[in-house]
Write a protein that binds this ligand. Sequence first.
Ligand code: EPZ
Length: 420
Amino acid sequence: MDSLLIKGGVPLRGEVHISGAKNAVLPIMAATLLTGEECVVRRVPDLSDVAFMGKILASLGAEVTLRDGELRVRAAKIKGVGDYDLIRKMRGSICILGPLVARLRQASVSLPGGCVIGSRPIDLHLKGIARLGGKISIDSGYVRVKAPKLQGAEIFLGGRVGSTVLGTANIMMAATLAEGVTVIESAACEPEVVDLANFLIAMGARISGVGSPTLTITGVKELHGAEHEVVPDRIEAATFAIAAAVTKGEVMIHGARLDHLQAVLEKLREAGVKMERQGASLLVKRGGRLKPVDVTTLPYPGFPTDVQAQFMVLMAMSRGISIITERIFEARFMHVSELARLGADIAIEGPSAIVKGGLPLSGAPVMASDLRASAALVLAGLAAAGSTQVNRVYHLDRGYEKIDQKLRQLGARIERVNET
Ligand code: EPZ
């Protein structure tokens, strides 16, 4: 099991290029199941979650090749039963359900486990599939769907905290091959859902309202192969912007879609971080003193929950009290106890973390628990005096392409050690 050894206190300087978005490429990979023709997807990040999804597609019978960021999938003949163990291990794999039901009119996929950030139910996914005519049963850990006929319907996908990203992906994909028109109300508007919709349209799907909370999908007989370049990862871009700020550095971020980052850039600005657009790139540097800022995570275009842990590190360095409220997941504060090991003073009050910022951080061994919490621990290690060892780095490799190499190129003293 790998760990990252970080010697903190070095201001990051230089340029970084943002990779394709994990949360766009996973549903796009699932969408390739909707046609028997070859699909080509570019700017695919080299992530363990992507490799895993490739294994899942192959286990369903698809031909999958991934080389130098280019993915080719031909799902000519596929089966509707996903490999229980493979699917159970990665929550994002639930988005093969919609395509399998649409293509084969039946599917059996294992119920995705919960994870450290919350229970992760799929009731909204199943509500949508049922509204399209799917007959759903759950037995021995499998969700089984039979849908001899898929009929377009009006579906309200709003849940207790707003919409569902992968739920919207699943129902949108299933509706592309249903008979008639489907209207999804309270659809997720995340850029990754927009990217998936654009890929489906390139495959011949008829979708309107892309990027809005109301999606209208007119079913077609079949979809054809398509080529697509994945949208840049806004969460990776936000993570590097915060890395520049917490290390008092100066980093030029290339290849991000700045229009996908408005809520994050606004909060960084309020906190006193200096940012300058240079064409499509963004120069981020620490201005004067940081200011404490309150943040609440919300569905897009609100402040993304996937940046909450990283932003908390910045607030731990801003003298004063800031309140960070997590509205999307019920247990996304796993990073708080580990940040305390580095000297941060953070108290959890229900859905809010109260950060008493400005205390000096000092390095220590810490344990990663989920993807974004791990990123937060790396940022804290970069800012802390002394050495920090972040264990269980496989969490990080799920969603950040070559993060230690990219940070080393910015001057960070960080190396990967293999702890057998
Ligand atoms: C996607 O997860 C992302 N993952 C998550 O990123 C991201 O945090 C999340 O969207 C929110 O933006 C991928 O795209 C692979 P949701 P998803 O369904 O779709 C509740 C990362 O770090 N809900 O939008 O699974 C749910 O419990 C990961 O990259 C229901 O109640 O999230 C949560 O409270 C972490 N019923 C809220 O909705 C349902 O049927 C949002 O979940 C589905 C969800």
